[in-house]
Ligand binder design. Structure first.
Ligand code: EPZ
Length: 416
């Protein structure tokens, strides 16, 4: 299995371009199942999860032609309605094909995703919403079996602002008869991107990005060309990487308006950040201050940057208080950071991070995409050497992370 070997201590300096957003590309790829024509999707990150979603679309019957950061997805003549456990267990986002399949085929059989390293992650809200739209659902032998004689618009209230449930329900409602309102909807930029793509295909979706999304069903959707938004989590990860090394980095292909929470927190800590158009300039500072962070649905601080900011907090002046309010088990990286010399105390869903002067290299293990990214950030300053194993997790969500870091001057190698 591949590993990263890092020798910390280099300031990150230079310029890189941020890739397309994984968490926008995946639902957009699932949404192509609703189309009757070819779709061309650009700015798609070259990632393991994207390849898994391509494989799922092929299993369902679509043709997927892969170019450099571009996908051409040709709809199948006839769709298969089943997605097996072997695929879903490798990527939970596979469940995003449920909405399009039930809407288009009136039936779907998709394996239930299990829990994962960051929490139990149920899909009850996806299923409750689909039932409101007129699907009958049963769970049999670990699979969700859904069928309908035709979905009908409904008012759906989400008990929790779930990104995946909002996406699945938007997709299911686009071909339903009548109008659907999703209340307490998630407002992440990836939801808006999905809605923009569907509208380009001919859907009628209003107010994505607000609490109540309105979807008026249409009889069919046509093919479309679309460019995925930049990845705000990748951008945030590199901003934190720059901050921890006290470097100076320019990030291109970013949306500063999607990054307000992380920009504000880094500025509070003492990092200088300037943005203009699609460019962000980050300048670290040798002495950064502790911070209070609480993860929340967008526009709050994203849970997908919590592990990375914990690495940064571990070497800031004072005690940072980091509260994880989205997932119940997203502190596994804290144990690994402690092995590198960080001083972290966990009480319930809050981590008290007392800043130490520096981190020591150690052999550590990535447990999910973002926990892995946090270890890479720690590895940027840890001496003499950090060895990170299970980096396949990192590859699921970061396109060529080591190459981008090498461009910025980091000492990081991939060892097979
Ligand atoms: C999406 O996961 C992202 N994945 C995650 O990114 C991200 O961490 C998460 O949103 C939160 O921002 C993709 O977009 C592919 P949720 P999702 O449904 O949709 C609870 C990464 O590293 N919930 O918004 O699965 C759930 O348990 C990943 O890129 C229910 O209770 O997250 C959690 O506490 C990891 N019932 C909260 O809602 C449900 O039916 C938010 O989860 C659904 C969710």
């Amino acid at each position: 299995m591949a590993r990263f070997i890092m020798s910390g201590g280099e300031e990150l300096k230079g310029e890189i371009s941020i890739s397309g957003a994984k968490n926008a590309a995946l639902p957009i790829m699932a949404a192509t199942l609703l189309s009757e024509g070819d779709c061309i999707i650009e700015n798609v990150p070259g990632l393991k999860d994207v390849r898994t979603m391509s494989f799922i679309l092929r299993t369902i019957g679509a043709r997927v032609e892969e170019g450099k950061n571009t996908l051409r997805i040709i709809p199948p003549q006839s769709l298969h309605y089943e997605v097996p456990y072997e695929l879903v267990k490798t990527m939970r986002a596979s469940v995003l094909v449920l909405g399009p399949l039930i809407s288009r085929l009136k039936k779907a059989r998709v394996s239930l995703p299990g829990g994962c390293a960051i929490g139990v992650r149920p899909i009850n809200l996806h299923l409750k919403g689909l039932m409101k739209l007129g699907a009958s659902i049963r769970i049999k032998e670990g699979y969700v079996e859904a069928q309908t004689s035709g979905l009908k618009g409904a008012r759906i209230y989400l008990d929790t602002q779930s990104v995946g449930a909002t996406e699945n329900l938007i997709m299911a409602a686009t071909l339903a008869s009548g109008t659907t309102y999703i209340e307490n909807a998630a407002k992440e930029p990836e939801i808006v991107d999905l809605a923009n793509f569907l509208n380009r295909m001919g859907a009628k979706i209003k107010n994505a990005g607000s609490d109540i999304i309105e979807i008026t069903g249409v009889p069919n959707l046509k093919g479309a060309n679309y460019t995925v938004i930049p990845d705000r989590i990748e951008a945030g990860t590199f901003m934190i990487g720059c901050a921890i090394t006290g470097g100076e980095v320019t990030l291109r292909n970013v949306r500063p308006d999607h990054l307000e929470a992380i920009i504000t927190k880094l500025q509070e800590m003492g990092v200088e950040i300037l943005s203009s158009g699609e460019v962000i300039h980050v300048k670290g500072n040798k002495e950064l201050q502790a911070v209070e962070v609480k993860t929340m649905p967008h526009p709050g601080f994203p849970t997908d940057l919590q592990p990375q900011i914990m690495s940064l907090a571990s070497v800031c002046k004072g005690t940072s208080v980091i509260t994880e309010d989205i997932f119940e088990n997203r502190f596994i990286h804290a144990g690994e950071l402690q092995r590198m010399g960080a001083d972290i105390e966990i009480k319930g869903n809050t981590a008290f991070v007392r800043g130490v002067p520096g981190l020591n290299g150690a052999s550590v293990m990535a447990s999910d995409i973002r926990a892995g990214a946090a270890l890479v950030i720690a590895g940027l300053i840890a001496r003499p050497e950090t060895r990170i194993s299970r980096i396949y997790h990192i590859d699921r969500g970061y396109e060529e992370i080591e190459k981008k870091l090498q461009i910025l001057g980091a000492k990081i190698k991939r060892i097979q």
